[in-house]
Design a protein around this ligand. Structure first.
Ligand SMILES: *Cc1c(COP(=O)(O)O)cnc(C)c1O
Length: 222
């Protein structure tokens, strides 16, 4: 059994106070989340809407929930009323739907643009030309119920540190370029969500402002 409380406490001692820690509780029971919660931690992340909704209802209401996994359009309405940040905005269409649902819920939702930076094939994430096309569009300026707070990415699953570092560095470059060209007057555009259990140290060295950690805190997943 992992000692969740001491895992999260010692992790927090190792990261700079300026880096926000998302405790990723996917696949883990509510009792595990509570163990981390009772150390004083309040920021948790889930990658599936269904799991997030069922956990949220049986946990204290002062938890700040982050959605870090792919979000289907038809599920947006379920998370918008309470979510603190959606890290996984991967299409313009999804961003517009979040905006529409947020307007209905009378909220403004903090979002990150997810980039595809890994070598693995996946359907999810923008490249730089897609992201600039969105940020520079007329349509984008009309979205008043979403707030783009920065970028998110996942490095290749590899032991090659140099490759991981290069992928993170590339994303930080994208962030800087977007900031300069489109978000220079948006102080909220300041988040770089990179770093998981296996690569968070590299991510922090490269400029991460948010790390998303599961296994180190809760133990390996099956
Ligand atoms: C599962 C997951 C994490 C955490 O992974 P660990 O390797 O267990 O730290 C981080 N980000 C995303 C998007 C995830 O799905």
């Amino acid at each position: 059994m992992p000692d969740i409380a001491s895992n999260i406490i010692s992790l927090k001692q190792q990261i700079p106070p300026s880096v926000k820690l998302i405790a990723v509780s996917k696949t883990k029971p509510v009792s595990d989340v509570l163990e981390a919660y009772h150390t004083g931690h309040r920021i948790f992340g889930e990658n599936r809407v269904q799991e997030l909704l069922s956990k949220k209802d049986s946990l204290p209401h002062d938890i700040e929930w982050h959605l870090i996994g792919h979000l289907q359009s038809n599920k947006v309405k379920y998370v918008v009323p309470f979510i603190s940040m959606i890290h996984s905005v991967d299409t313009f269409k999804l961003l517009k739907i979040i905006n529409t649902e947020a307007e209905k819920a009378n909220r403004v939702i903090d979002c990150l643009l997810q980039f595809h930076i890994a070598a693995e094939e996946t359907k999810f994430g923008f490249n730089m030309s897609e992201a600039t096309a969105i940020a520079g569009s007329e349509d984008f300026t009309r979205l008043k119920s979403v707030r783009i707070c920065g970028v998110m990415g996942m490095a290749t699953f590899t032991g090659n540190e140099k490759q991981i570092r290069e992928e993170f560095r590339y994303l930080v470059g994208c962030f800087n370029e977007l900031k300069l060209k489109y978000f220079s007057r948006n102080p909220e555009f300041r988040e770089i969500s990179i770093g998981m259990s296996s690569d968070y140290k590299i991510a922090i060295e490269e400029g991460s402002t948010i790390i998303r950690i599961g296994s180190i805190i809760f133990g390996e997943r099956k």
